[in-house]
Design a protein around this ligand. Structure first.
Ligand code: C2E
Ligand code: CA
Ligand code: CA
Length: 416
């Protein structure tokens, strides 16, 4: 209902190449725009005043009237559309063209050299879409009414066995216009309009229900769920979560509640009580994004956490900034000294995985293992990961055996 009630901003895709027009059309549609296309500069100029686009995706090189002509026409028509330009030519040509457009009073938001990286274009279009139609309370309500909030699950591996030991539930949403909305935006709006408790409950209910379903299918994974700062101030939370677990026959020990460092480092007695109660009911408690806030070590020791999660900002940039390895090592040691399980997030390559394993960290997650996957992708992923590990272990064993007992032929040949 609401989808049609709103005026959807128009994005005009101008390209003489039919394939690229189709690609542009799909991209703008996914970002929540109503797509229009033009196969030439002439066609584009004829359309611009009529359709009043909010965004124009413009190819510079076209037979007949080219992209520069279209820019001329747009400027003459005082078109306020945001311009995204494309060209198969070099960067310099693109930059000069963008400058010409600016000098003519047009707003260029991005320029792309072909072939266009879909994720970069997606990011630009999503940003524009959110600028033109911000994700607000009405949009959030629409998402709740239409049941558009989803959980995806990012696998975590046990660093001792290298097998999948759990997942972290992460919020995902495409709003009614199809735009991808970040979990942070959803939670910020939910916080503003007082829907955060309702959403938080739905998230826990869904994650715990998922844990039950996997468990019934023979897959027992740890389930980590994020809790917002406000959630920690809700004294009913421990009982509500416990009830969810009882109903689903899921042991609370299988559920880890993740709270950011900043969320718990104020001196709120209420938050302390909620955390202690969660532990008393059997839930694991993880301090998330560790290293980014201002926790004092004394405070950390006073709080009832069972796990410390090293923030991805140190981990993803480790190869570029060697001092981050020192920070990771220090945080891993801190976790050990405080008798906390240590999880590392943001592991994007094997070298980093081996590094954090060598530090004695317990578990890791990151794009090297997998991004967050939809729920039905998890059982298959766990199986494939297990097969891959087994294969690697066998290969390593064979290689080791060869080093210890080189094949006879090789040693004979060497002797001759
Ligand atoms: P977080 O709890 O620190 O979650 C980890 C974020 O890192 C996720 O972003 C995940 O997709 C991303 N990530 C995972 N592996 C890698 C990697 O190897 N490299 C990089 N660069 N990033 C990686 P996402 O899903 O966008 O979530 C962002 C934040 O939103 C979360 O940060 C969490 O604070 C919040 N959030 C997400 N889902 C929920 C939820 O259900 N409830 C609450 N309260 N907060 C949530
Ligand atoms: Ca987290
Ligand atoms: Ca984190």
């Amino acid at each position: 209902m609401a989808k049609n009630a709103r005026v959807q901003p128009v994005a005009l895709v101008v390209d003489d190449d039919a394939g690229l027009r189709k690609f542009g059309e799909m991209m703008v549609e996914a970002a929540g725009f109503r797509p229009e296309t033009a196969a030439s500069g002439v066609e584009a100029l004829a359309m611009i005043q009529r359709i009043n686009p909010a965004v124009v995706l413009l190819d510079l090189q076209m037979p007949g009237k080219d992209g520069i002509d279209v820019m001329h026409g747009m400027a003459a028509a005082k078109c306020t559309a945001k311009l995204v330009i494309f060209s198969g030519n070099d960067r310099r040509t693109l930059e000069v063209s963008a400058e010409i457009a600016r000098q003519r009073g047009l707003t260029v938001v991005a320029s792309f050299k072909k072939p266009v990286a879909a994720d970069k274009l997606r990011q630009v279009l999503n940003g524009l879409s959110l600028e033109l139609c911000p994700f607000d309370e009405a949009r959030l309500r629409e998402c709740l009414e239409q049941d558009l909030l989803r959980l995806h699950y990012q696998p975590k591996i046990d660093l001792a066995t290298r097998e999948i030991c759990g997942v972290e539930a992460l919020l995902r949403c495409q709003d009614a216009t199809g735009r991808v909305i970040s979990p942070e935006s959803i939670l910020a709006i939910a916080e503003q309009c007082g829907a955060v408790d309702e959403i938080s409950h739905a998230i826990f209910a869904s994650a715990i229900g998922q844990r039950r379903d996997w468990s019934r299918a023979g897959l027992d994974l740890g389930m980590a769920v994020n809790l917002s700062a406000r959630g920690a101030m809700n004294p009913d939370l421990p009982d509500r979560l416990f009830d969810l677990c009882v109903k689903a026959e899921v042991p609370p020990e299988a559920i880890t509640v993740e709270l950011t460092e900043t969320a718990v480092m104020n001196d709120s007695l209420l938050a302390m009580e909620t955390l202690v109660r969660l532990r008393l009911r059997g839930f694991e408690l993880s301090i998330d994004d560790f290293g980014t806030g201002y926790s004092s070590l004394v405070r950390l020791q006073q709080l009832p956490f069972s796990e410390l999660k090293i923030d991805k900002s140190f981990v993803t940039t480790r190869q570029k900034s060697p001092e981050n390895s020192v920070i990771i090592r220090t945080l891993a040691q801190l976790a050990q000294n405080l008798d906390l399980k240590c999880v590392v997030e943001g592991v994007e390559d094997e070298v980093t995985l081996d590094f954090v394993a060598s530090l004695g960290c317990n578990a890791a997650q990151g794009y090297f293992v997998a991004p967050a996957l939809p729920p039905d992708g998890i059982p298959r992923f766990v199986k494939e990961w297990h097969t891959r590990q087994k294969w690697q272990r066998n290969r390593n064993a064979r290689q080791q055996q060869q080093v210890q007992n080189p094949p006879q032929q090789a040693s004979q040949a060497a002797a001759e």
